[in-house]
Ligand binder design. Structure first.
Ligand SMILES: [Zn+2]
Length: 344
């Protein structure tokens, strides 16, 4: 299996985040991609390739042009306003406030408009790193389109919390959605996205919510207690032509393998019924029992089993890296999924 990876991911590094009342070093840090890369080399998974640079066009198939312009330029605006440090939003529209349907002009108001939290900042080079993560996803999609059985896009920053025109949850561009749209645009009629990250893929859901050509199935911590909150309930089934093509599996804190596998197998059957011609896996391994920000109880060996079951779809498959914050175990856990797939 080819891995697509670029050291340009180092261009994004938020220094800190607020976690449970403390200012701490960000969990979404560059070491994450490096330990996965090391493990890929250690086990000899396959060639590691630098992704080519793509134009904005395949990204604009998923994200709005005004949002992309904002991401590209906001750091310069921040500096021009005489501000130091990194770009952080700090206020969001409360449910009691009327909806906003166009971007405000003020810098902080626009930051609020284009985001939903302050999990990650925008640094001077975040835009470049996010673009390269999207390149990494697109290159993986193109490998699958060229006939590879599977490919791994080792994206960082991750993507599944980013929507059509918003960032949040460490995510700026939705790498998995961009890849899925690429597969659609280059000949696959039906694409399924299987989001097995611990957190709900709220951005992916938002992007494809009214579409029947891209099915999303997401297993995650119940939004009643877990980030990103408010979205990820089972009742969210898609809208209009997309009704029935959005499948959420919210699970309780403490979910272990047996319970998780039951939900996974239900989603697996639903994806098979959809008969996708290609599959994108939003590969988060923050379901691991020692993950510092998650509350599921999967163990390292379970990730081999997950990979083997994903292989059973028997369709061209792209794995896109999402979360996983138990850094020491992250390489083994993520690559276990890929090895489980390869051996099946
Ligand atoms: Zn996650």
């Amino acid at each position: 299996m080819k891995t697509f990876y670029t050291a340009d991911h180092h261009l994004h590094h938020s220094g800190m985040e607020v976690s449970f009342g403390s200012i701490v070093e960000t969990f979404e840090k560059p070491e994450r991609a490096e330990i996965v890369l090391s493990r890929i080399k250690e086990v000899g998974l396959g060639p590691v390739l630098d992704p080519q640079r793509y134009e904005r066009e395949p990204i604009e198939r998923v994200h709005t042009a005004d949002y992309l312009d904002f991401l590209e330029n906001v750091f310069a605006e921040w500096r021009a306003a005489g501000r130091d440090g990194e770009v952080w939003p700090y206020s969001w529209r409360h449910r009691s406030m009327p909806p906003i349907d166009s971007p405000p002009s003020g810098l902080d108001a626009r930051l609020s408009y284009y985001s939903f939290d302050m999990a990650g900042s925008i640094t001077e080079t975040t835009w470049q790193a996010a673009r390269r993560a999207a390149d990494t996803a697109l290159a993986g999609a193109d490998a699958v389109l060229a006939g590879d059985r599977a490919a791994f896009s080792l994206c960082r920053p991750p993507g599944h919390h980013a929507g059509r025109d918003f960032f949040g949850g460490y995510c700026y561009l939705n790498n998995a959605a961009i890849a899925a749209q690429r597969l659609r645009d280059r000949g696959h009629d039906r694409v399924a996205i299987f989001d097995i990250d611990y957190h709900h893929g709220n951005g992916t859901q938002e992007i494809f919510y009214d579409r029947a050509d891209v099915l999303l199935a997401s297993l995650h911590g119940d939004p009643d207690f877990e980030f990103p909150f408010h979205l990820g309930y089972a009742r969210e089934r898609g809208a209009g032509p997309g009704e029935g093509y959005n499948l959420n599996y919210p699970l309780p804190a403490g979910t272990g393998w047996a319970e998780w596998r039951d939900a996974f197998e239900d989603a697996h059957a639903r994806i098979r019924d959809f008969q996708p011609s290609a599959l994108v896996v939003s590969l988060g391994v923050d379901t691991f029992k020692d993950d510092p920000i998650s509350q599921f109880m999967l163990e390292g060996g379970h990730f081999l089993l997950i990979g083997a079951r994903i292989a059973a779809f028997d369709v061209p498959t792209l794995f896109v890296m999402e979360g996983g914050y138990a850094v020491e175990a992250l390489g083994v856990n993520a690559v276990n999924v890929l090895q489980g797939f390869e051996r099946a």
